[in-house]
Design a protein around this ligand. Structure first.
Ligand SMILES: C[S@@+](CC[C@H](N)C(=O)[O-])C[C@H]1O[C@@H](n2cnc3c(N)ncnc32)[C@H](O)[C@@H]1O
Length: 255
């Protein structure tokens, strides 16, 4: 995966990102259709974005992390059934401030951001450097808007969760692995389609669940498409069900 930039003034920042995330430098003037890559990261004055190659030279179809503006910013600030379900599944009867949650598959961080805003301490793991770079960019922009003193405990670890779960004590492990495409793919969010093309499905998710079950102090929560079988065919102790997704809950020490 390469990184490019839209303005000569951004070259130093793009080079810094390339160094920190182990990305190649892509020639900003390169013809997008000539690449064999699926997508390219592009640093613009506003944000870092992942642009599918061959789509266009502009931002159309691009994926970026946005927690403050746009539709996601609105969702983050207003109550929604999805957030309510996530909070019920992860918090249970506990207060958010008491909980350390490892989000083992943080991706673009929407769920983790909700949990941190609720007050949980979140350790967020992402093993794909390109996704971690997008998330860091969104977190930085959100931090610039946060009022001083507002509690927000969120640590991004660019690591495989299999190395983090055994070494970082936590109450709850949260898993939302990338699943194989569904037939009704039009319903899948645009950015998930782009990310799936770049990353593929998380074929090792079953083993991640086994590891999570061995290390969480209170529970493991797995987000699934509503009609999908449980991860690893493991029957959860409880389920919190929504219209499109459900949360399978496994209590620690009962598996
Ligand atoms: C479906 S996305 C998660 C979406 C996320 N819940 C959100 O709200 O935006 C899954 C992500 O988990 C990452 N992932 C999968 N297995 C992982 C592992 N063992 N360690 C770290 N990251 C992992 C993938 O690279 C992908 O970015």
């Amino acid at each position: 995966m390469g990184i490019s930039w839209t303005d000569p003034a951004l070259e130093a920042d793009a080079r810094d990102l390339a160094r920190r995330y182990g990305l190649a430098l892509a020639d900003p003037g390169q013809d997008a259709t000539a690449s064999t890559e699926q997508a390219v990261l592009v640093l613009t004055p506003e944000r870092l974005e992942l642009r599918p190659w061959g789509a266009s030279h502009g931002s159309e179809g691009a994926v970026a992390t946005e927690f403050v503006g746009g539709a996601e910013g609105y969702r983050q600030r207003h109550p929604s059934p999805g957030r309510e379900l996530l909070s019920r599944a992860v918090l249970g009867p506990r207060k958010a401030a008491e909980l350390t949650v490892v989000d083992a598959t943080v991706g673009l961080g929407r769920d983790a951001f909700v949990l941190a805003r609720l007050g949980c301490r979140v350790l967020a793991c992402e093993r794909a450097p390109v996704v971690a770079a997008l998330l860091e960019d969104g977190l930085d922009r959100a931090a610039a808007q946060r009022s001083a003193g507002e509690p927000f405990r969120f640590e991004l670890l660019v690591a495989d969760a299999r190395d983090v779960l055994p070494t970082h004590p936590h109450h709850v492990a949260y898993l939302d692995p990338m699943h194989p495409p569904r037939r009704k793919s039009a319903l899948v969010r645009k950015e998930m389609r782009v990310l799936r093309r770049v990353l593929g499905a998380d074929a090792d998710a079953d083993t991640l669940l086994e590891l999570a079950l061995a290390h969480a102090q209170l529970r493991v929560v797995v987000k699934r498409p509503r009609h999908a079988p449980p991860l690893g065919e493991r029957v959860p102790q409880r389920v919190v069900e929504g219209r499109r997704v459900r949360f399978d809950i496994y209590d620690a020490g009962r598996n």
